[in-house]
Write a protein that binds this ligand. Structure first.
Ligand code: DGJ
Length: 730
């Protein structure tokens, strides 16, 4: 039973794998947090709330109520009632005041997990079941109910949380902050890890010691962003890849977010995560409900590696959907870096013809096939084929590609509108805008007002027209700018601050429609590279383009950071040409393949123009990818090197769940003169089993020796060289 309620102790316990999350109703009906950490015997832990210490609880000494409010570990703290730590929930009541006071009303426990209306969320599966606890709190004065929804996954150390707010009163009420999670820790001896970056260098982990006050990362860009990912981990100072206690938090949301750790006066830590409340408010009419997105909370007693593996398992089993969920993805070739905007049907067929001979399975036509788009200054929103440029119909092109035995994929940027487009000329009010203000252009484009159903319907009908007229089996959904002058021509003044969130809901609605109507189409998400690599997007697209930077060495960093919480099976990774278009670096073709094969794998180059020796290497490279893909996609990932700490090498492993085989990958970033081989300890093997490297079957060693003593990795000459070693259980 993952979720229990003990009538004697009054404790709710969520048991997730070997983790417990425990809470109970404290004096005055406030919901208090007792424990998040390793699983414990079922006993009364109320003493952890220190209710007998000065200051006493209001029932004992109401004179000190203020201090009680400021020290109780709250599950869902409200603004305005004496808890001066940062709050999770705030309103603007009809009388203009902000105070809210939520207290226990009822609870229910049930098996499975309810969907979040209109939003992505994890779900129960047969393989990975779960149970849910809903606790409803109420503020009779404000006429509001808040239902906190907790789910414990039986086999994983993962608990999820979300919140539903219902207006049970008679007047509208404005919600001005609705965070999804508040987690209290009884100490502040933590480091906080966040994933930060920029375009072409997304998700670099940064680790800082917590200090008094608030430390946070957020996005106000309308998307989860290149700059900060909606992820944070709190870990013991001594925690590393393989040991120490770690708590990971990931927000299943693709818009503005905030995650904040606050160290309080008594050296405790309060972690908050939710929709960023800057420029946010939501008018809730009587009878209406607002649902806040989901937070995934993962606990590990065995370091960061185990935390990541739990996230990977949860997302692979309980978040990613669709036909490709458990399948190898087609090996694609994308024409973006091959041609940019300079292509036509003939050129694409040339690429496809050559690619098909080498074993590549799908051609993806990137940006530039619609409207009159020859560069990035026009046509977004005009989703009809630019036949003059292609020289043929789309159907002809797709049929020709299919005849070569290849699938066909296409690029869209459905959320955008170019000022130079028929769509904008017909509907200038469809762009997000503040009436009367000049709109900021970014990449020469504006953003469509996705809060509007008429806008979404129109975009969908244009996409449908394309998809129904040719055999399209893959879509790359791009988003290349952030939001500015956020206003909607359709929303009333008192709802304009809802637009940030309504925009995200609109994107989810359209992606939902697309994936429901075209279940066979593989959807790959992209946002100027990896600006929307978040769990919300993973719910709709089983893979996301990791970064526009496909240089193998830069990718080691990007894929390392991304793997903190996202599985390799979802990382869009391609072999691109050299010198690399982003950093100008030359790396061996083999290394580029080795780095891309731990992602979805594909090519981003003009295969008709690359050196003959690279072209000749492709069939074997593809065979190598196919050979290891199932292991990489379904196995446990172990990070061995940390390229941010030692930039001379990187190493990582994928171990089969049944420990029968493992793939070890090593990249020598910088060659070292006059050194012996590196001794590298493997991870994740069965210590009692014997393994041999596939290319050296005569040498059998125990998993114990391979992990405790390590292997000698050498024989690589030059920078950027790599090798794979396949270990098989004897
Ligand atoms: C940004 C993407 O990340 C690229 O891969 C490419 O699709 C361009 N947009 C096209 O405009």
């Amino acid at each position: 039973m993952p979720v229990t309620y003990n009538e004697t102790s009054g404790q709710f316990r969520l048991r997730a794998g070997s983790t417990d999350y425990i809470l109970k109703t404290a004096p005055c009906g406030y919901l208090a947090h007792i424990w998040f950490g390793k699983a414990l015997p079922d006993e009364d832990l109320t003493y952890l709330l220190r209710l007998d210490e000065n200051p006493w609880t209001p029932e004992v000494n109401n004179r000190d109520r203020g201090t009680y409010m400021d020290t109780l570990p709250f599950e869902y703290p409200c603004f305005g009632i004496g808890d001066y730590r940062d709050h999770a929930f705030k309103i603007s009541a009809p009388d203009g005041t902000s105070t809210c006071d939520l207290r226990y009303k009822s609870h229910r426990i049930f098996s499975g997990k309810p969907a979040l209306e209109g939003m992505p969320a994890t779900f129960a599966t047969e393989q990975s079941p779960c149970e849910t606890l809903e606790i409803t709190l109420e503020d009779k004065h404000a006429g509001l109910e808040a239902t906190l929804v907790y789910t414990a996954f039986e086999k994983l150390d993962a608990v999820t949380r979300s919140v539903r707010i219902k207006n049970v009163g008679t007047e509208p009420c404005k919600l001005t902050r609705v965070f999804s999670a508040c987690v209290e820790f009884d100490h502040s001896d933590f480091d906080m890890i966040t994933l930060n970056g920029s375009w072409a260098r997304e998700r670099a982990p940064e680790r800082c010691r917590l200090h008094h006050g608030k430390q946070s990362v957020d996005s106000m860009r309308g998307e989860s962003s290149h700059q900060n990912n909606p992820f944070a981990a709190l870990c013991e100072h001594k925690a590393d890849e393989d040991s120490g206690e770690v708590f990971g938090f990931n927000f299943v949301y693709s818009g503005n977010f905030k995650v904040q750790a606050e160290v309080t006066q008594h050296k405790k830590t309060r972690l908050l995560m939710g929709i960023n409340d800057t420029d946010f408010s939501w008018k809730l009419d009587p009878g209406e409900t607002f649902t806040a997105p989901e937070v995934v909370m993962v606990h590990s007693s065995e370091g960061l590696g185990a935390m990541s593996r739990t996230f990977h398992d949860l997302y692979r089993q309980n978040l990613i959907r669709g036909e490709y969920k458990d399948k190898r993805r087609p090996i694609l070739i994308n024409n973006w870096e091959a041609t940019y905007f300079g292509f036509n049907t003939e050129k694409l067929i040339d690429i496809a013809r050559e690619a098909s001979k080498l074993g590549i399975e799908m051609l993806v036509m990137d940006d530039g096939w619609f409207g009159h788009r020859d560069n990035d200054s026009s046509s977004l929103g005009d989703w009809y084929v630019y036949e003059e440029k292609l020289g043929t119909s789309l159907k002809y092109l797709v049929d020709e590609v299919n005849k070569l035995g290849m699938k066909f994929g296409i690029w869209f940027e459905p959320e955008m509108i170019s000022p130079d487009s028929d769509l904008y000329r017909a509907h200038p009010d469809w762009a997000i805008q503040v009436k009367g203000r000049e709109l900021t252009r970014s990449r020469d484009q504006y953003v469509l007002d996705y809060s509007r159903k008429d806008v979404r319907d129109h975009v969908f009908s244009m996409m449908k027209n394309i998809l129904d007229n040719a055999n399209i089996e893959y879509i790359k959904w791009d988003m290349n700018r952030q939001l500015t002058e956020v206003g909607s021509a359709q929303l009333p003044a008192d709802r304009q601050q809802e637009l940030w969130h309504r925009y995200v809901l609109g994107v989810y609605e359209l992606m939902g429609r697309l994936t429901t109507e075209y279940p066979h189409i593989l959807l790959e998400n992209c946002s100027g590279g990896g600006a929307r690599f978040d769990p919300g997007m993973l719910y709709y697209s089983p893979q996301i383009w990791c970064s526009d930077d496909s240089d193998a060495i830069e990718r080691l960093k990007i894929q390392y950071g991304t793997s903190m919480c996202y599985p390799c099976s979802a990382m869009g990774a391609h072999v691109s040409d050299c010198p690399n278009h982003i950093v100008g670096r030359n790396t061996p073709f083999a290394t580029r393949g080795h780095v891309a094969l731990v992602g979805t794998f594909g090519y981003e180059l003009d295969v008709t123009r690359i050196p003959q020796e690279d072209r000749d290497a492709i069939p074997a490279q593809i065979e190598e990818f196919k050979k290891y893909n199932s292991l990489v996609r379904t196995g446990d990932q172990y990070r061995i090197g940390n390229i941010f700490e030692d930039n001379s090498f990187d190493a990582f492993m994928f171990v089969a769940k049944d420990k029968s085989e493992a793939l070890f990958e090593f990249v020598q970033v910088l060659a070292r003169p006059n050194q012996r081989s590196r001794r590298i300890k493997l991870k994740g093997l069965d210590p009692d089993a014997c393994y041999y490297a596939e290319d050296k079957p005569e040498l059998k060693l125990s998993g114990e020796a391979l992990m405790s003593c390590g292997i000698n990795v050498g024989g690589l000459w030059g920078d950027y060289q790599s090798k794979l070693i396949h270990f098989i259980r004897a």
